[in-house]
Unconditional design. Sequence first.
Length: 561
Amino acid sequence: MHSPDYTPSSNFIRNIIEEDLQTNKHGGKVVTRFPPEPNGYLHIGHAKSIVLNFTLAKEYNGRCHLRFDDTNPTKEDVEYTESIKRDIKWLGFDWGEHLYYASDYFEQLYQYAEMLIKDGKAYVCDLSPEEIREYRGTLTTPGKNSPYRERTVEENLDLFRRMRAGEFPDGSRVLRAKIDMASPNLNMRDPVIYRILRSTHHRTGDQWCIYPMYDFAHPLSDALEEITHSICTLEFEDHRPLYDWFIEQLPVPARPQQIEFARLNLTYTVMSKRKLLQLVEKGIVRGWDDPRMPTLAGFRRLGYTPEAIRDFCERIGVAKSNSIVDLALLEHCLRVDLNKRAPRRMAVLRPLKVVLENYPEGQVEELEAINNPEDPAMGTRKIPFSRVLYIEEDDFREDPPKKFYRLAPGREVRLRYGYFIKCTGVVKDENGKIVELRCTYDPETRGGSAPDGRQVKATLHWVSAAHALPVEVRLYDHLFTVPNPGAEEDFDACLNPNSLEVLANSFVEPSLKGAPPESRYQFERLGYFCVDPDSTGDRLVFNRTVTLRDTWAKIQRAQKG
């Protein structure tokens, strides 16, 4: 029953599907769907739903539909539609021929609405939106009937058809389902199912001036596509009776089952599309694909792999109660993946010049370096070594503190894949800043070991100054300073002013020349980095994807005692 290349973990949704298959509830079929609104880019929360829906369909030899809920043309855009398709494919999923739009069903949905009117289960209401809210009541007080609730079937049909014909101004009338204004579930208190809205739709143009509401279009679209398991997040749990009501009242071809699960909440992250749009529109970030955004496009640009995100979604599992997942777990999944696949390279982010005074001028050696110790098949590469090098500023202290084992005056360290070097002098500028180190190298220590057996306590990365490529490096950090920014009244107030630091004068080894956008590397001792699309033929731009320090592994060790 399961696909051979997928090992699922048990959860309550799989249990429901297993039972349905045993009882032949849906004729032995499993059909799921992912139904995004094309009003923004997908974020990491959507990834959980995408992975769940597509993998369940694959696991049970079914299919997963991609259906755009394009019922609100005022907020929708083709840009969003295309970005959603692109992100789902990047994650590794394909809907094949099963691409749909709610707008595909506009005529059928309209006919369903007329059926409800003819059955006395829907009516045209002239109350204003404010009046509808007032009549609706509260959680503790029942609603009261609209004065237009008892219109005749003939009058309602006439008014609804005239709404479609464009006779009435926007907002002047709505079509409401006639259910129960005293229901303890506010969603059942005669919900609006159609509104007048003159706005050009990105697919249907100006063909329609009335549009169905989500709670009406969604269950009926599911039924028309013969979805078996309509999986959604917990905020729709109170909408389930309404979902079922519409399906029960109408002659639809299938009876989908709505199942709710807990949405993904991530520390230091907001998932609200409205708030993410604010970040874009206010210019706080550079766009939907800014690497600080929790969008899939942002994670992709930052350097995340689809494999890491899928692994993360599987690890967090599927639950029935909401919780906040530590961002450190997502970063851990990424490190695990990149550790296996990312080639190692050397880069110096904040360069300090080193002159090897006893190294022959003009001489260049080629040293052999391992591309990835986790994957011998990646082989080795040659890196140039010469008299003048760059090391990290932080790898030198003129007056080293206790337990600082890197380079200092009179101290010897190892250069990665190279030689032992010893600092013999310091050169400063007119302001007293150290701008150059004078060192000697031991030609007997090529490869990083001394024939006399002496040891050093530190190994430094480096690049040859004459051969290194100048690059720009962007160091990204959390966009917010608090773990749960979504709970803050003014989430702008907890923005991290240091979420991006740009280093314009960094260097990388020459083997990275021509590295394509989105290629990922581990810069030894520094972290994982990705080539940004802003790169040009003359100058590479790297984004820091994640540091090497695995805080999640540390948390796990602490929990185990």
